[in-house]
Design a protein around this ligand. Structure first.
Ligand SMILES: Nc1nc2c(ncn2[C@@H]2O[C@H](COP(=O)(O)OP(=O)(O)OP(=O)(O)O)[C@@H](O)[C@H]2O)c(=O)[nH]1
Ligand SMILES: [Zn+2]
Length: 203
C-alpha cells in the first residue's frame, strides 16, 4: 500500500482511515520527540505506524455484534463458556496495549439461540480493536450477548496487563486487572455465577 492509498473501508462503507494523515501525525510526533524522521531507519516508520494503528482500531469501523448473526436453534439450556480467549486491546489513555485473556459464557434463553463458538472470540476482537478501557470492553461484550442472543444469562471476565502501568508511569509489570460483567441469571443466582467462576478459574 502506498502513502496515497487508504485502508479498506468497513463493509458498512462507513468512514475510512486516513493513512497519509496518520503518517504525517507520526512524523510530527517523532520530530516533537527530538528524533530525525528522515534518518534511514525511520523513513518508512510513519506509514508503518499508521497501518498498525489502522489494524489496532479496525473495530471502529465495524459493528462487532454482527458476528452474532450466526445463530443456531439448539434448545440447549446449559452453560456455554469459552475460556482463555487471547485478547489484545489499546488503552485509550496512553494508546499503548493492554492484553490478556477473556472468558465469555452464556446460558441460552427460552428461544434457544446459540451462536458459533468462534463468534465469541470474534466478538471479543471486534470490541478490543478500538481505543478502550478494560471495564467498557468487558461490559460491551456482555451487552452484545444480551442484545443478540437474548440469553438467560451472560458472563464476561477479562484478565489483562496494561503496558501503561508496566513500561511507564507507576511501573508495575506483572500486575493484572480482572474485570467482570454479569447479566441475567449470573447476576441473580449466586450458585450459577459461582459455577461459572469456578470453571473460569479452574478452582
Ligand atoms: N479504570 C481504568 N483505568 C485505566 C485503564 N487503562 C489505563 N488506565 C488508567 O488511566 C489513568 C490515567 O490517569 P492520568 O492521571 O490521567 O494519567 P497519567 O498521569 O499518565 O497516569 P499514570 O499512569 O498514573 O502515570 C491511569 O491511572 C491508568 O492506569 C483501564 O482500562 N481502566
Ligand atoms: Zn494507559
Amino acid at each position: 500500500m502506498t502513502a496515497t492509498q487508504q485502508a479498506p473501508a468497513a463493509a458498512s462503507g462507513a468512514q475510512v482511515v486516513d493513512l497519509p494523515r496518520a503518517a504525517s501525525a507520526v512524523r510530527e510526533l517523532l520530530l516533537a520527540m527530538g528524533e530525525d524522521p528522515d534518518r534511514a531507519g525511520l523513513l518508512d516508520t510513519p506509514m508503518r505506524v499508521a497501518k498498525a494503528f489502522a489494524e489496532q482500531f479496525s473495530g471502529l469501523h465495524t459493528d462487532p455484534d454482527e458476528v452474532l448473526a450466526t445463530v443456531f436453534d439448539e434448545q440447549h439450556s446449559e452453560m456455554i463458556l469459552m475460556r482463555d480467549i487471547e485478547m489484545y486491546s489499546t488503552c485509550e489513555h496512553h494508546l499503548v496495549p493492554f492484553f490478556g485473556r477473556a472468558h465469555v459464557g452464556y446460558i441460552p434463553g427460552p428461544d434457544g439461540r446459540v451462536t458459533g463458538l468462534s463468534k465469541l472470540a470474534r466478538l471479543v476482537d471486534g470490541y478490543a480493536r478500538r481505543p478502550q478501557v478494560q471495564e467498557r470492553l468487558t461490559t460491551q461484550i456482555a451487552d452484545a450477548l444480551v442484545r443478540r442472543l437474548r440469553p438467560a444469562g451472560a458472563i464476561v471476565v477479562i484478565e489483562a496487563e496494561h503496558l501503561c502501568m508496566a513500561m511507564r508511569g507507576v511501573r508495575k509489570p506483572g500486575a493484572t486487572t480482572t474485570t467482570s460483567a454479569v447479566r441475567g441469571i449470573f447476576q441473580s443466582r449466586d450458585r450459577t455465577r459461582a459455577e461459572a467462576m469456578s470453571l473460569i478459574t479452574g478452582r
